[in-house]
Design a protein around this ligand. Structure first.
Ligand code: A3P
Length: 337
């Protein structure tokens, strides 16, 4: 289905139409009845369908659940925050648009942050499904599998999920939030406090383990539809993963492309070193609304495996490992450490 054939009532514009206004009000009413706690950034977050959400995204998720309709060609880039989403977006975008990459016109990745290249379901598209380049079949989301709009689950759309060692994901999240807080002149919550919250399951789109498990189980049930990846494996052999991604996305590299080094070009273009040193990623800003504006550079911190060791005590590390082990027990999934 093309967006041009969507009924106008399916294009939500919060606050601009009476219908949109009433709908936003009813979502807020639902939110007001949900369990609520302060999250790692000391903002309210809400427990909805078993997961914790910031208000900025929850209202729009509810709207997406009611209205979003994917294109049949859409591929969803799915992840919990801080697990390598930016990298995966860059790689999949570069793979899809590679004919443009090798052409003389500059690649969008040189001038646009990866998040600007791939729209976010529960923000950009919940407000307006037309807010995208329909020639690029990529949509990203942090929404857990069980809360995805039914239209996505029942579609034949493919999904690519990335996850990461929980300790590194937590450390990455804490730095991200601390940076965001400092830029608003707010004292960040301490690492220890944030760790307690994370271990009790409270983090954006968390509990982390339930997020991972949802996509893991779905990938076992629908292996042809859901590709389950880890940050660590992707780091260890990025070229093999670029080929795997292209194959899964239905745009495998030709023998000629491989001979011409296309795979390696994409690996280099999307490397941490390359992306983090681009002007747009060093000095640009990523803003969704007035409450959420961050420097692009915070999405490129270290890009390493195991940085948790420089930030958490061995006891903290062991505690989170134990939690993950218990939660993943019996699922067949063992996340790399
Ligand atoms: P660190 O904070 O451990 O450095 P997300 O994109 O889901 O927000 O995840 C952010 C994490 O991915 C950060 O981890 C960031 O440095 C890392 N990252 C960003 N771009 C990357 C790239 N091109 N290659 C590898 N890691 C990258």
């Amino acid at each position: 289905m093309e967006y041009s054939s969507l009924h106008s009532s399916q294009i939500l514009d919060f606050g601009e139409s009476a219908e949109g206004g009433n709908e936003a009000k009813s979502y807020r009413e639902v939110m007001s009845s949900l369990p609520r706690v302060k999250n790692l950034s000391a903002n309210d977050c809400y427990l909805y369908q078993g997961f914790w959400y910031d208000s900025l995204f929850l209202e729009r998720l509810m709207s997406a659940q009611d209205h979003f309709i994917p294109l049949s060609t859409d591929i969803f880039i799915t992840s919990c925050p801080k697990t390598g989403t930016t990298w995966l977006k860059a790689l999949t975008f570069a793979i899809c648009t590679r004919s443009r990459l090798s052409g003389s016109s500059a690649s969008s990745l040189l001038t646009k942050m990866p998040h600007e290249c791939v729209p976010l379901l529960e923000y950009d598209l919940a407000q307006n499904p037309l807010k995208r380049d329909c020639a690029v079949p990529l949509v990203s989301t942090h929404v857990p599998y069980s809360s995805l709009p039914k239209s996505i689950i029942s579609s034949c759309c493919k999904m690519i999920y990335i996850c990461r060692d929980a300790k590194d994901a937590f450390v990455s999240l804490w730095y991200f939030i601390a940076d965001m807080q400092r830029s608003k002149n707010v004292e960040p919550v301490s690492l220890e406090e944030a760790f307690e919250l994370f271990c009790s399951g409270i983090s954006s789109y968390g509990p982390y383990w339930d997020h991972v498990l949802g996509y893991w189980r779905a990938s076992l049930e629908f292996p042809e539809k859901i590709l389950f990846l880890t940050y660590e494996e992707m780091k260890r052999d990025t070229a093999a993963h670029v080929k795997k991604l292209a194959e899964f996305m239905g745009c495998s590299f030709t023998a000629e492309e491989e001979e011409e080094g296309e795979v390696q070009k994409i690996v280099s273009m999307c490397s941490f070193e390359k992306l983090s040193n681009l002007e747009v990623n060093k000095n640009g800003m990523h803003s969704l609304d007035t409450s959420y504006a961050v420097k692009n550079s915070v999405f490129f911190r270290k890009g390493e495996i195991g940085d948790w060791e420089n930030n958490l005590t061995p006891e903290m590390g062991a505690r989170l490992d134990d939690i993950m082990e218990q939660k993943l027990k019996g699922s067949g999934l063992k996340l790399p450490r």
